[in-house]
Design a protein around this ligand. Structure first.
Ligand code: ADP
Ligand code: MG
Length: 345
């Protein structure tokens, strides 16, 4: 896992000692869903309601996985990939809306985020150490272009305008599912909770008066932490070249693909994005990874809701303006927002 929640459980114990809180307790559950580790932790005044809420979040994650997985041949997403070049494929409004939102991210990122990356992406198999040849990339690359996704708002249909196109929501689906989990917990009145799916995390409230600390790991050593970000009421996603990969002749082939080249992106080792929702941070972490710090910071420093942290190939760690102390910010740079607490020294 890319981030590690550092639970300050001792704080919970202290707070119970000074305030009457009946059987209130921290509760947590971990499950393997969407090909990753899903983790939910919440502060429950009533353990029975806490358990129901944990189950409701996990059930919703499984529902979203069934809708959007490209591994499941019966999923709606698989139906799009199988038939959308021949005819428009009608899909559930929820899936349609997420595909449409994905094209919005493509638009604001000059195509660095593009769910049609899968038209080349499917040629990689990281477990079996398979990557496409230059000739294969050249022939598949014209199918990578979100402009060729034809979306009909009225009928919720998806059509591919180019042969060989495929889409994959692996770059935004987990963040979307995390936001759903958070909405379920909020609707049930939970005031302190965290939901994580793979590298995507969103937090409600704080951890008994203090921010949660979410760690960004060292790219080559999962037991080492590069930096910790204090977070409350916001989301954070990390994309790294160490999640699904193999090395061959000094080249790292990994799961974040530059849609303009069809190759694994290599400007950074990891890119972390902080913003109010996990759908935002998930989409933008691929963007930040593909574009690299220079271009991505140009975009992110203009968007007051967003912040970013990059771990560069030479080990440097770069921060967006909102995470830097005022004295280190360039003149005229925006102050940190509620979603961008300063990095702990
Ligand atoms: P995780 O899957 O653990 O959440 P990331 O958030 O970094 O990890 O997402 C990586 C996934 O994003 C890849 O496995 C792939 O499905 C998808 N992806 C890769 N490159 C792109 C891209 N340029 N645009 C959109 N999605 C991408
Ligand atoms: Mg993700």
């Amino acid at each position: 896992m890319k981030v590690r929640i550092l639970s300050l459980l001792s704080l919970a114990v202290v707070s119970c000692a000074v305030a009457p809180c009946a059987r209130a307790e921290w509760m947590e559950r971990t499950e393997a869903i969407m090909g990753t580790r899903v983790y939910v932790e919440l502060w429950a005044e009533d353990p029975a309601r806490g358990n129901e809420a944990l189950e409701a979040v996990m059930a919703d994650m499984r529902r979203i996985d069934n809708l959007m997985s490209h591994y499941k041949p019966e999923s709606e997403l698989s139906k799009i990939n199988a038939h959308a070049y021949q005819e428009p494929v009608q899909v559930d409004k929820e899936l349609f809306d997420l595909i449409k939102l994905s094209t919005y991210y493509s638009q604001i990122t000059q195509g660095a985020f593009d769910i049609t990356y899968a038209s080349v992406g499917y040629l990689y198999d990281y477990r079996r150490h398979i990557h496409p040849s230059e000739a294969q990339i050249k022939s598949a690359l014209p199918a990578v272009n979100w402009h060729n996704l034809l979306l009909d708002e009225t009928h919720h249909t998806v059509r591919f305008e180019h042969a060989g196109m495929r889409i994959d929501l692996g770059g935004i689906g987990k963040g979307y599912a995390v936001d759903h989990g958070i909405a379920i917990l909020k609707a049930r009145g939970f005031k302190h909770a965290v939901v994580t799916a793979g590298g995507d995390t969103r937090i409600i409230g704080d951890h008994m008066g203090r921010p949660w600390l979410v760690a960004i790991r060292h790219p080559d050593d999962p037991s080492k932490v590069v930096t910790r970000i204090p977070l409350s009421d916001s989301a954070m996603s990390t994309s790294g070249d160490y999640e699904r990969y193999f090395d061959e002749n000094g080249v790292r082939y990994h799961h974040i693909i530059d849609p303009h080249t069809g190759h694994s992106a290599s400007k950074v080792r990891s890119a972390t994005v902080i913003a109010p929702t996990a759908t935002q941070t998930d989409g933008m972490s691929k963007t930040a990874f593909v574009l690299g710090p220079e271009k991505a910071l140009e975009i992110i420093n203009r968007m007051p809701e967003y912040d970013a942290v990059f771990v560069c190939p030479d080990g440097r760690v770069l921060y967006s303006n909102g995470l830097r102390p005022p004295a280190e910010r360039p003149p005229g740079a925006a102050a940190a927002t509620a979603a961008s607490p300063r990095v702990q020294p």
